[in-house]
Design a protein around this ligand. Structure first.
Ligand code: ZN
Length: 325
């Protein structure tokens, strides 16, 4: 035993010869941060394989939160060690679901609609071992550009064999030419800008009759549709049940794992109907917490899969799944 220790210590010392003064002060060059490796994460729910796909990350300005004082926002951000000026880092995620019979993409990321820092869903889908041609169904929770733009690129479908589904109410709100006149003047330009992006994204699917709408009560490839309107007028979530478990793809009923969990009654600038958006969040959060529901969310920190906990029924806590290799 003693002999082993001695041998070890000799070899240890010989691999670290005494350093000269100049060498001691030598510092390592700083390497510019490279692209992170993890852009997809696979999680099993019963017999379903869920692959979370990262589109990219963004900062959400603290000023976007409504009906809450900036002082309260800052207090919450401090608790979460978020940047006080830039706000909290948020994520844009999409989800690929392999049911064994069908490959379904839920939301699709922003592509180039919001700048070059986003738009990695397609690359990450390929990196995860799938091909875009294998996707047969795309479920959109709503038609905001960070959910719809990723379905195509410059008028060409990224998923040539997929049929795209969105709720009837959502399609009407964005695609009915009469809608713009119903909006307040100051919101019209922004609305029309969004409509342009939506139309471009869905055009190649419409040309092949692969853009379809549904109503409450419909079932798409085994997914139950849940009306979660408020953030947008036709916003829907999707629930998929397996024999023993279920997962709900919640969409944008929440945008922040900090402020909107501590204070779920806080709306965000992007909500088209803030009051209804808050009602929807309160109702769904209460359900999810009570039922221990597994959820997948496009704007919670990647991979955006986890559970919701509440100690008092008023404030909530995001419990992300833990990295598993
Ligand atoms: Zn969104």
């Amino acid at each position: 035993m003693k002999r082993t220790v001695l041998l070890l210590s000799v070899s240890f010392l010989s691999s670290f010869p005494l350093l000269s003064h100049a060498e001691k002060t030598k510092t390592l060059p700083i390497i510019e941060q490279q692209k992170q490796v993890a852009g997809f994460y696979q999680h099993q729910v019963g017999d379903l394989q869920i692959t979370a796909l990262l589109d990219g990350t963004n900062f959400m300005s603290p000023k976007l939160f409504k009906d809450i004082s900036q002082q309260q926002v800052q207090q919450i951000l401090k608790k979460y060690y978020a940047d006080q000026d830039k706000g909290v880092q948020t994520s844009i995620n999409a989800f690929l679901v392999n049911t064994g019979k069908s490959l379904i993409l839920v939301d699709s990321g922003a592509a180039s609609c919001f700048g070059a820092h986003l738009g990695s869903v397609l690359t990450n889908l390929k990196a995860s071992g799938y091909q875009p041609e294998q996707v047969d169904t795309i479920l959109l929770t709503h038609l905001h550009p960070d959910h719809v733009c990723g379905i195509s690129n410059n008028g060409v479908a990224n998923f040539p064999n997929a049929t795209v589904y969105v709720s009837d109410d959502e399609a009407k709100y964005w695609l009915d030419p009469k809608q713009v006149a119903k909006l307040p003047k100051e919101k019209q330009a922004n609305y029309l800008g969004t409509v342009e992006k939506i139309k471009q994204a869905i055009a190649p699917y419409q040309a092949k009759q692969r853009f379809k709408t549904y109503k409450l009560g419909d079932d798409i490839q085994g997914f139950k549709v849940i009306n979660t309107a408020g953030h947008t007028p036709g916003h829907f979530s999707y629930e998929l049940k397996t024999k023993s478990e279920s997962i709900v793809f919640i969409g944008d009923i929440v945008h922040s794992h900090t402020v909107q969990f501590d204070r779920p009654e806080t709306a965000i600038e992007y909500d088209i109907d803030p009051k209804k958006a808050v009602e929807t969040r309160l109702k769904q959060f209460a359900n999810f917490a009570k039922n221990g529901q597994t959820i997948a969310a496009p704007h919670l920190p990647f991979p955006g899969i986890g559970h919701i906990y509440s100690a008092d029924g008023k404030s909530y806590q995001w419990i992300p799944i833990h990295f598993k290799d």
